[in-house]
Design a protein around this ligand. Structure first.
Ligand SMILES: [Zn+2]
Length: 293
C-alpha cells in the first residue's frame, strides 16, 4: 500500500493528541512476537505508537538489540517510538539514553519528592545532551500493583495520589515532557475495577503546563468508558501491558494444546500474534489515534 506520510517527533505528536483530544498508545513488549503485533497493528491503523520495555524486559531483550530492531521496523512504519519504561535506577536510564532510545521514563516515585526532582532533572539533562528531541517522562504519586493477573484486592489510599500543585512544580523544575500520575489506576488486572479520580485529573491538567503530556499507566482493566473519560479530562498517553501478556500466554497455551504434533514454533505462534494484534487495534481505536499520522 502506498501512503503519504511525514515523520513527526514524539513531543509534537503528544501535543497534537492533547489538543485534538486523543491519546497515543504505549504497549510493552518482551519478545519479537509482541513487537511484531504492535508494529503491524499501528501500521494497519495508521497510528503513532510507543513501544515500552521495562527494566526487566530490557535486560532480557538487550537495549542495543531493541534500538536496532526499531530502526528496521521503522522502514515499514515510521511512527514508532521506543521507551525505557519504569526506569528506577538512574544508571539504567543512562544506558537506555546512550543506546539510542527515543524516550526514557524515569520512575522516581518511591523517592522523596526532592530526590525525585533531582534525579529526574539529571535524566532530562543527560537525555537532551544526547539527543535534543528525546522525550523524558517523570512520575509522581504512588502506583501500586504489578503487570499481571491477580485475584487480590489492592487497597489504594488517596494519599498516594498525585497532588496537582506538586505535579505542576515537579514538571517545571525537572523539565519533563511527560508526567505519569496516580489517580486510582493500579498496575495489573486485579479483583476490583480501578476507580479513577477524574476531578483530580482535571485539576492536574489545569495546573501542569500544557507542554507536558499526562500519562495514564496501568490501562489494562480500566473500562472503555473510563478510558474515554480520562482522555477527555486530559490524558494523552496510555500504557497497556498486562492485557497483552495475558492474551499472549492464554493464546499460546491454547495453540500448544490444539497442535500437539506441531514443532515449527512460528506456526504455533501465528494465530497468537494475530489475536494480540487485534486487541492492539481495538485499543488504538478506543484511544482515538487511528489515522492521526
Ligand atoms: Zn506503568
Amino acid at each position: 500500500m502506498l501512503y503519504v506520510s511525514c515523520f513527526m517527533l514524539l513531543k509534537k505528536i503528544l501535543t497534537k493528541a492533547s489538543k485534538e483530544g486523543w491519546a497515543v498508545g504505549h504497549f510493552n513488549v518482551s519478545n519479537l512476537e509482541l513487537l511484531k503485533a504492535v508494529v503491524e497493528a499501528a501500521k494497519e491503523s495508521q497510528s503513532p505508537v510507543m513501544i515500552g520495555t521495562s527494566e526487566g524486559e530490557r535486560e532480557w531483550l538487550g537495549v542495543k538489540n531493541m534500538v536496532a530492531l526499531i530502526k528496521v521496523y521503522r522502514q515499514d512504519w515510521p511512527h514508532i517510538f521506543l521507551n525505557a519504561d519504569h526506569t528506577k535506577n538512574i544508571n539504567v536510564a543512562f544506558d537506555a539514553i546512550e543506546a539510542g532510545y527515543d524516550s526514557v521514563h524515569f520512575d522516581g516515585s518511591s523517592l522523596s519528592i526532592s530526590e525525585n526532582i533531582r534525579q529526574t532533572r539529571e535524566v532530562v539533562e543527560r537525555a537532551r545532551n544526547k539527543n535534543i528531541n528525546m522525550s523524558v517522562e517523570g512520575e509522581l504519586g504512588y502506583l501500586k500493583g504489578e503487570s499481571q493477573l491477580s485475584n487480590q484486592k489492592i487497597k489504594i489510599n488517596p494519599a498516594d495520589y498525585t497532588d496537582p500543585e506538586a505535579a505542576a512544580e515537579f514538571a517545571e523544575r525537572t523539565g519533563v515532557n511527560r508526567l505519569a500520575i496516580a489517580i486510582g489506576n493500579i498496575h495489573g488486572i486485579n479483583l476490583d475495577e480501578p476507580r479513577l479520580d477524574f476531578d483530580r485529573l482535571r485539576k492536574i491538567r489545569e495546573a501542569v503546563s500544557e507542554n507536558v503530556a499526562l500519562v495514564l499507566h496501568a490501562g489494562s482493566g480500566i473500562p472503555d468508558a473510563d478510558i474515554k473519560r480520562a482522555i477527555e479530562s486530559g490524558i494523552s498517553n496510555i500504557h497497556i501491558s498486562t492485557e497483552l501478556r495475558v492474551l499472549f500466554k492464554q493464546g499460546l497455551e491454547q495453540s500448544l494444546k490444539s497442535n500437539p504434533g506441531e514443532y515449527a514454533l512460528y506456526k504455533l505462534e501465528k494465530e497468537v500474534v494475530r489475536s494480540v494484534q487485534d486487541l492492539i487495534r481495538q485499543k488504538l481505536r478506543l484511544f482515538g489515534s487511528v489515522g492521526r499520522v
